[in-house]
Each structure stands twice: as structure tokens, then as C-alpha cells.
Design a protein around this ligand. Sequence first.
Ligand SMILES: *Cc1c(COP(=O)(O)O)cnc(C)c1O
Length: 223
Amino acid sequence: MSDVVDHLAQVNSAIAEAAVAAKRPAGAVTLVAVSKTFPAEAIEPALAAGQRVFGENYVQETREKWPALRSRYPDVELHMIGPLQSNKAKDAVQLFDVIESLDRSSLAKELAKEMTRQQRRPKLLVQVNTGAEPQKGGVLPEMVDAFLAECRDLHGLAIAGLMAIPPADEPPAPHFALLTTIARRNNLAVVSMGMSADFATAIAMGATHVRVGSAIFGTRSKA
Ligand SMILES: *Cc1c(COP(=O)(O)O)cnc(C)c1O
């Protein structure tokens, strides 16, 4: 368990170093600690060490793990980073502070409905499929501007930024550059990109949020 604290400290200093190297101000990059598949006992030490922003991929797992942790650490900020089914929009609005995986009209519609019903407004990021991979969620790069307009004009949703997961078998830098370009063009402040293997590159290319799991919590037995 103290491994988690050590690894967290290492990741935080690597983030600070990458930010300095990129001439970006201290605090320009937020670490989203990705705790999917890890039990509350593994997350506790990170919370005790001061980490407050976490990412999860599954609604059900989040519902089982986080309410108890949140009652002890009320200032936790939970990010939904996994694919989200429209029929889970209700739970997602209830459980998460940021939803990073908004990627289609039907989901935008459900989220808008639930946000009005629950009077709860998680921040929303649009996921972009920068590699146009058929098996991956996300809006195609050339469709993002239109999708943002639709979210705003049709569903009344304010979008805070963009998220992407580059193809596993390609250098990530061009994908990071593309995501930053689309975000700037649309005046979006939040750019969520970079994972354990490539967060320093992502920071060099403008990430405001990096999502780091295995470098903190260790290897996962399942996805
Ligand atoms: C699992 C996951 C991560 C973390 O990946 P690591 O390689 O373990 O750092 C980041 N983003 C998303 C969307 C994920 O599903």
C-alpha cells in the first residue's frame, strides 16, 4: 500500500518536471488517478496522501466503491473516463463530477435530461476518436465542431473540454497535437490526454489533465 504513495509522489514529480520543461505554470496540469479495478483499500493511501481527483471506468464499480470513500473525503472529484451507455446516464450524473466520455447525440440528450431532473451539473468533456478506430468510442475529429454546436444549441449543454485515447500502436504525439488544436479552435479550456506510458509527452503538447492508472496503482488484472 505504501507503494501507492511512493508511486503517486513519483508521478506528481514527473508531472511537475514535464510542466516546467514545457514552460507551463505550476498547477497547469491536474492528475486524474485512475483507480478502476482497484479496491477501496488500495485507494485509501492515495486519499490519505492528498490525492483528490480520481478516474473510474465503470458505473457499477464506482457505485460500490466511492460513496463510502466520499463520505470521508467530501472534496473528492470523480471523473467518468470509460464508455457510457445511455441507460447509465442517470447513475453517471449522480456519481460523477466530470464525465469525460460524452461521444454521441443520444448520450448528450440523456445527460441533459438527467442534469435537469437531478439539478446536478457534472462538467462534460467530449471524447474524440483521434485515430478513427472503429472499436473505440469518440467523435471523429472532423465532426467535433458540429457535435459541440449540437450539444450547446440542441441540448443546452456547456462543454468544458476534450478527451482522447490515442491508438495503442502509434506514436501518441500527433494525436495529442490534434486534440489540442481542436480544443483551441473551439475555445475549450480542458484537454484530457496522456496515460502512464505517455503523460509527459501529453503535457508537452498541452494536456491540462492526465489520466494515470498503472503507474500509481500497479498492473491491472483486467481492463
Ligand atoms: C485505464 C485508463 C487510463 C489509465 O491507463 P494507464 O495506462 O493504467 O495509466 C486512462 N484513460 C482511460 C480512458 C482508461 O480507460
